[in-house]
Design a protein around this ligand. Structure first.
Ligand SMILES: Cc1cc2nc3c(=O)[nH]c(=O)nc-3n(C[C@H](O)[C@H](O)[C@H](O)COP(=O)(O)OP(=O)(O)OC[C@H]3O[C@@H](n4cnc5c(N)ncnc54)[C@H](O)[C@@H]3O)c2cc1C
Length: 290
């Protein structure tokens, strides 16, 4: 056992301005903490050792879900469990609810937050890949500054995101896209494990033909991967032809072996999940048209 004792300060912020001030004053060794479901395990493993934690989970402004100017806006401290039950999420971004239902166990979902998930940057996480497909933006604030950053550019690699010291994700906004259909599928070895492969899909139909498709997967790279070539192939085909045009996807993916899974096996899983997600999205879009 280590005989080195470390001390850590902890403050529970009551508002976004207070959190931003604490983060700015604390400097490089200060980290926001929200649900603690990724940061605390990292600290337990010695992979993170912040000197000062600013708890943002109880800030009322970060706990809201609303519709504003053509977007669904989800506060950063909304939990995964809340995403699965909120009526506005169900109506305007059901993909988020589908994806959140796959995260860990109920205990994790009750504490973990959307802001924490997108900031943490786990390449296997369900919410960032869904935010790619939803064309979401993240509101990033620091003292005296606020901007929206696209989800597509936010993940920079394993556990790396486009966030600097002093910055806080305060909301996720998702454009409202009526008459779209959505699908999410994943494969994990045991229920509650991180997925070996997952896929999120969004589809708009023109009659029975796919007018536009968005498909992104995890398991293929160090961040969510948008399958633009697949999206182009899907555009204009009928829903019934979707599986055929997606076959061969696995061969086109360059997935590295890891100690537990061969890259080729994982690529086949990714293809299977993507096919199922698109199939569900087409069925959902048909229901939306009816
Ligand atoms: C056993 C177990 C199983 C899990 N399984 C899954 C799974 O299957 N899928 C999955 O996606 N996740 C899984 N998780 C992780 C879980 O989803 C976390 O809730 C999520 O990754 C982080 O959210 P959090 O609110 O707990 O963040 P925290 O742990 O509080 O923080 C995570 C990181 O984000 C930063 N951060 C937090 N909030 C903000 C913010 N608002 N702005 C800027 N930075 C912020 C922190 O400084 C830290 O670096 C699992 C966790 C455990 C312990």
């Amino acid at each position: 056992m280590s005989d080195v004792l470390t001390t850590m300060a902890y403050e529970r912020a009551r508002s976004v301005p207070e959190a931003l001030t604490l983060l700015a004053e604390g400097g490089e060794d200060t980290r926001p903490i929200s649900g603690g479901q990724s940061l605390v395990p990292m600290m337990n493993l010695g992979l993170a050792a912040p000197a000062f934690l600013v708890d943002v989970s109880g800030i009322p402004a970060l706990r809201t879900i609303g519709v504003d100017g053509g977007h669904l806006v989800v506060g950063a401290a909304v939990t995964h469990a809340e995403l699965t039950t909120d009526p506005l999420v169900a109506e305007h971004a059901p993909l988020l609810a589908m994806a959140a239902a796959h995260i860990g166990s109920r205990r994790i979902r009750n504490r973990g937050t959307i802001g924490g998930s997108v900031s943490h940057g786990d390449a296997a996480a369900e919410l960032p890949v869904s935010c790619h497909v939803l064309e979401a933006d993240y509101r990033v604030e620091s003292l005296g500054r606020q901007e929206w950053r696209p989800a597509r550019e936010f993940s920079l690699g394993y556990y790396q995101t486009d966030l600097r010291s002093g910055e806080l994700v305060t909301a996720v906004r998702i454009p409202l896209r009526p008459r779209h259909g959505w699908g999410f599928h994943e494969y994990s070895r045991r229920a509650g494990d991180f997925a070996l492969a997952s896929a999120a899909a969004g589809v708009a139909l023109d009659g029975d033909r796919i007018r536009s498709a968005a498909v992104a997967v995890t398991g293929a790279a160090d961040r969510p991967l948008r399958l633009e070539a697949v999206e182009r192939r899907l555009t204009g085909v009928t829903a019934a032809e979707a599986e055929r045009v997606m076959s061969g996807l696995a061969a086109a993916l360059d997935v590295a072996d890891d100690p537990y899974t061969k890259g080729a096996d994982r690529a086949r899983l990714i293809e299977a999940m993507a096919v199922r997600a698109v199939r569900d999205a087409c069925a959902d879009a048909r229901r939306e048209q009816a």
